[in-house]
Design a protein around this ligand. Structure first.
Ligand code: SAM
Length: 304
């Protein structure tokens, strides 16, 4: 599709015209390099015609790249100035017929495809699309993990996520058990799918230049038959996630100590770990998702 990606001059001019002062609280750093946009889109493995969800379109740098690749895009932006300006920016860099719907909303509050279908196209029309199959975004850094988990939870139609986040967050999401980086986001992401690093991005391609490094991380949802074995009756995600939170709240402690208060007392904690077949002197940071699932099942069976 014929589209002009945003240049550094475009980014400066749009910000000046709209009197935009990028804010740190909303993680507003805008990409002004077409090569980087195409690198992100390639890592996102999008196909033409596919309905892609974008969170935090900002000035439209990545949005235009997705449209260039032939995607249909629903973009969710929390900042009213940016959400309002996006249709005219995109029409000016391409055309008003491009398949982009813009929703002015906090991405953390978006819970259903019905909400996406309320967003009008940039020519004002309301169209109903099938649920998005992919999420591609340059996320606001302070809420990147909750945003990723929100869409994994509420949009089962999304088979793959490719996001640009702070490098440390990308490493956390894709970490395997044992190390210092492995934590709550690693285990929770592993409940839904397989996460992997998918490239690094120079901080020089943003305006303003952030004071952290950025990386791409990809999460591919498990296919049927992959992922943790949930048993019969299936253990609930809530039961497992509560244990994950408790185990990492005191990550330097043994599980026996870390789960004592959570279970009620030391005896119950020991019983829980024994029932799950997990050595009580291990630390939470050594457990993989299957072991947390075993703990969740044991807790459910013990009525904890
Ligand atoms: N995608 C653009 C780009 O690559 O240049 C902008 C990325 S910027 C890092 C993050 C964007 O997310 C900003 O436009 C910001 O206003 C928006 N944002 C921040 N918090 C949000 C939230 N909770 N829901 C939706 N958008 C949000």
């Amino acid at each position: 599709t014929e589209v002009n990606l945003l240049t550094p001059v475009n980014v400066r001019e749009i910000c000046a015209a709209l009197n935009i002062q990028p804010t740190k609280t909303l993680g507003q750093n805008f990409v002004h390099d077409g090569g980087t946009v195409r690198k992100i889109i390639a890592a996102g493995r999008v196909t033409a015609g596919e309905h892609v969800l974008e969170i935090g379109p900002g000035l439209g740098s990545l949005t235009l790249g997705l449209l260039e690749a032939g995607c249909r895009v629903t973009a969710v932006e929390i900042d009213p100035v940016l959400a309002t300006a996006l249709p005219s920016t995109v029409a000016g860099q391409g055309s008003a017929d491009l398949p982009l719907r813009v929703l002015l909303k906090d991405g953390l509050q978006v819970r259903s495809d019905a909400e996406l279908n309320e967003a009008p196209l940039i020519n004002g029309e309301i169209v109903e699309w099938e649920a998005p199959t992919r999420l591609v975004a340059n996320l606001p850094y302070n809420v990147a993990v909750p945003l990723v988990l929100n869409f994994l939870e509420h949009f089962p139609s999304i088979q793959e996520i490719l996001v640009m986040v702070q490098t440390e967050v990308a490493q956390r999401l894709s970490a395997t058990p044992g190390g210092r980086i492995y934590g709550v986001p690693s285990v929770k992401a592993a409940w839904y799918g397989h996460a992997e690093m998918a490239g690094t991005i120079s901080r020089q391609i943003f305006w303003p230049v952030p004071n952290v490094d950025s990386s791409l991380v990809r999460i591919t949802r498990y296919a049927a038959g992959e992922g943790p074995e949930l048993g019969e009756p299936a253990v609930s995600k809530e039961a497992v996630f509560k244990l994950v939170d408790a185990a990492f709240a005191q990550r330097r402690k043994t599980l026996r100590a870390a789960l004592k208060n959570w279970a009620g007392n030391a005896t119950l904690a020991e019983e829980l770990l024994a029932k799950a077949g997990i050595d009580s002197v291990r630390r939470g940071e050594t457990l993989d998702i299957n072991e947390f699932v075993a703990l969740g099942r044991a807790a459910t069976e013990l009525g904890i």
